[in-house]
Design a protein around this ligand. Structure first.
Ligand code: SF4
Length: 391
């Protein structure tokens, strides 16, 4: 892919010499240091960061913007942990305020997609004290029987850590068992902010950074891919965000198993951190841009539209993002409970494609592993709306 010819000129005109140097490093595809990462946050203007990040995005992917057709299963929001930012979970003692889907209810969700061209089921939820590794192995096996064509992506490292400890198996043994049952990749949740100065305050009792990274490293070692998230915009400082990305970059150097990085915006409704102000749109866009610049070994940066809202997700496509997640469905509760703009997070393919085309990018449906399925660039929206196989 060709870089925008205006970019070298923009870098030449940058008055801050350090930022100019960083711009030249980006242009020559050189790796940024942690100090340079922090400097981008502290001193980079939004327009400069956006132009640099967009340059990297277009070098890697041109205008291609990926999405997938998936659905979510959230087995429960009952959770043994008490993360301060969480608006979603209920302790076991208050489980009547939450939900616990039975195996049959979850399988009915899978059956309800029969004949629909979804390619992935995404399974995440709270860490329920009564559910265990054999139960989830059974669930995966049954989903496989109903829809052998679906890619099963499931369980954050937080859920897996608890499952494995409870079953008294090592991470290697547990991951092997889940892989044999049919689990194919891991989502990126539970990473939050790795640095203990922040993690101790916002989620002290769940798996630490080393544990999270070890689970993903083990999955990569078994040939499984995974994603990584970062919960930003609460009490963390810039150096914590860079430390977080630095740890991910180092693991990616070692394994190459991460597909995509997903910044997740902290929302302050209905949780123990409601006094913390949410980040504004300028900061949101900076987070995406710096991620694209710093994580030079991550192929993709994704905006999770149910959390960010549709218009902001559209905007991120000019700040380094090349993936806008999936069609999802309206059972996704994690962000609607935290006060996100999207109270009913569901979009059909025609809506997703429209969103991408409105900002002059190329919508391409992908599978979980980023194999292209269909390029929608030249397909008319009306045709998509009328064809159930396309929509
Ligand atoms: S963020 Fe996850 S682990 Fe923490 S309380 Fe909520 S559901 Fe439980």
């Amino acid at each position: 892919m060709q870089e925008d010819a205006a970019l070298p000129e923009l870098i030449r005109l940058e008055k801050n010499k350090e930022l100019q140097q960083i711009g030249n490093k980006i242009l020559h595809q050189e790796r940024l240091t942690p100090r340079e990462g922090v400097l981008l946050y502290e001193q980079g203007s939004l327009s400069y960061l956006g132009a640099l990040a967009n340059g990297v995005r277009e070098r890697l992917h041109g205008d291609t913007t990926y999405f997938n057709r998936n659905f979510h299963i959230e087995p429960t929001n009952v959770c043994v942990f008490s993360c301060k930012f969480c608006s979603y979970s209920r302790l076991y003692a208050h489980r009547e305020e939450g939900w616990e889907l039975s195996m049959d209810q979850m399988l009915d969700i899978v059956r309800s997609y029969e004949g629909k061209p979804v390619t992935e089921v995404h399974i995440v939820g709270g860490v329920h004290p009564k559910l265990n590794l054999p139960y989830f192995i059974e669930l995966i096996g049954k989903i496989r029987e109903i829809r052998p064509d679906l890619h099963i992506k499931g369980f954050t490292a937080v859920e897996l850590d608890y499952m494995f400890r409870k079953a008294k198996v090592t991470v290697e043994e547990g991951m092997q068992l889940l892989k044999q049952a049919g689990l194919q990749s891991l989502p990126g949740g539970g990473a939050e902010i790795f640095h203990p100065e922040v993690r101790e305050i916002i989620c002290h009792d769940k798996v630490d950074a080393e544990g999270w990274l070890r689970i993903h490293e083990t999955a990569h070692g078994l040939g499984m891919h995974s994603n990584a998230t970062m919960l930003y915009g609460h009490i963390e400082q810039y150096r914590h965000r860079i430390d977080h990305m630095e740890r991910l970059r180092q693991l990616q150097d070692k394994t190459g198993g991460f597909n995509t990085f997903i910044p997740l915006k902290f929302r302050n409704k209905n949780n123990d951190m409601s006094h913390v102000k949410e980040s504004g749109i300028i900061e949101d866009m900076k987070v995406y841009a710096v991620a694209r610049l710093y994580l030079d070994n991550f192929p993709h940066v994704k905006a999770y539209w149910p959390m960010l809202g549709r218009q902001k997700a559209q905007l991120t496509l000019s700040f380094g993002v090349n993936d806008i997640d999936g069609t999802i469905d309206d059972s996704t509760k994690i962000y609607s409970m935290a006060g996100s703009e999207e109270q009913r997070p569901t979009m059909n393919t025609a809506q997703l494609v429209t969103l991408i085309k409105q900002v002059k990018r190329k919508p391409v449906e992908r599978d979980t592993l980023y194999n292209p399925i269909r390029d929608y660039t030249d397909i008319d929206i009306r045709e998509i709306e009328l064809n159930p196989l396309l929509n």
